[in-house]
Design a binder for this molecule. Structure first.
Ligand SMILES: *[C@@H]1O[C@H](CO)[C@@H](O)[C@H](O)[C@H]1NC(C)=O
Ligand SMILES: *[C@@H]1O[C@H](CO)[C@@H](O)[C@H](O)[C@H]1NC(C)=O
Ligand SMILES: *[C@@H]1O[C@H](CO)[C@@H](O)[C@H](O)[C@H]1NC(C)=O
Ligand SMILES: *[C@@H]1O[C@H](CO)[C@@H](O)[C@H](O)[C@H]1NC(C)=O
Ligand SMILES: *[C@@H]1O[C@H](CO)[C@@H](O)[C@H](O)[C@H]1NC(C)=O
Length: 254
């Protein structure tokens, strides 16, 4: 299940192929799908946990020191609720709107620190734009590539998980385990007590869970929403009954 969230090359290609098939052709050869959405999920990740669960192809640049952006993902509210709730998200909405790096050159220094591509053979920015960014075009604040990426950077600075945890004495440590309630509480009090999604990677051998991603739910004015009312996460949630590891970065030396 967790693999759904990884920008892995295989998955990316598979989804592209699927999306191309689903799209088919419609009037006037337009390549635009239904891109309506109701809210957004803003996902940030802890790069070291991504590395631990994915493998050595993940390389953390040495100037990256904190939580990084995964993406802003437009979502549709499920018409069902509780256990019947299902995840509905538009994706790959406009196959003619290609990623163009030169449109975000000015954001690049910031993006290299806060939205880094952690797998050299992938292009995270292209993926996030093509899969999710093209679906947000109806909202002026994220219409177009520059707005989409600039908004991600703004949200990462506003909801600074590194800072939220550090100010509660939760800092990366190779040994120390933090209680679920301490980690959850440190974030929750900075997000107006709203529910959010906290994903962990469970290491079967070590029998430990590592904090992986934090997902905030946002309305179209970028106000916080209760995630548990709207959003079903596909990845593994943290066990509430187990402690949480917050592993320090291991940089690639080469
Ligand atoms: C689809 O992409 C094109 C750029 O190739 C853009 O001009 C157009 O506005 C987009 N349509 C929608 C509905 O986002
Ligand atoms: C990318 O954007 C630049 C700047 O607007 C433009 O000059 C260039 O033609 C675009 N490249 C492609 C492949 O669309
Ligand atoms: C961070 O490091 C990367 C890779 O080494 C480099 O491309 C990027 O320019 C650096 N960013 C800043 C802001 O120095
Ligand atoms: C988040 O907080 C950390 C720790 O205080 C800081 O180093 C980092 O620059 C902040 N990130 C942003 C995007 O401001
Ligand atoms: C958050 O909820 C807790 C427990 O319900 C409450 O004590 C606290 O005052 C709330 N904080 C905010 C900022 O609403």
């Amino acid at each position: 299940m967790r693999k759904y969230l990884l920008p892995s090359a295989v998955f990316f290609v598979a989804v592209l192929v699927y999306a191309e098939q689903k799209q088919g052709t419609n009037v006037a050869g337009s390549k635009v799908k239904d891109d309506h959405f109701d809210f957004m999920v803003f996902t940030q990740q802890w790069p070291e946990t991504f590395r631990l669960q994915t493998g050595p192809e993940v390389q953390i640049p040495e100037n990256v020191t904190g939580w990084t952006i995964h993406g802003i993902w437009p979502q549709q509210k499920s018409t069902l609720s509780g256990l019947q709730m299902k995840k509905d998200a538009p994706n790959f909405c406009n196959s003619s709107w290609h990623f163009n790096q030169s449109l975000i050159e000015d954001l690049r220094p910031q993006m290299s620190l806060y939205w880094p591509n952690l797998i050299k053979t992938n292009n995270l920015w292209d993926h996030e734009w093509t899969k999710h960014g093209t679906c947000g075009a109806s909202l002026p604040a994220i219409h177009g590539e520059h707005n989409y990426f600039a908004e991600g950077l703004r949200l990462n600075a506003k909801y600074n998980i590194t800072e939220m945890l550090a100010s509660n004495h939760i800092v990366p440590d190779a040994e120390k385990a933090y209680s679920y309630n301490d980690v959850e509480g440190a974030i929750r009090k900075n997000v107006n007590n709203m529910s959010f999604v906290m994903q962990c990677y469970w290491d079967k051998e070590a029998h430990k869970q590592y904090i992986f991603q934090v997902m905030l739910c946002l309305d179209k004015q970028f106000g916080l929403l209760e995630c548990d009312k709207y959003f079903l996460s596909e990845g593994d949630l943290c066990w509430t009954t187990k402690t949480i590891q917050y592993p320090p970065f291991q940089y690639a030396f080469n």
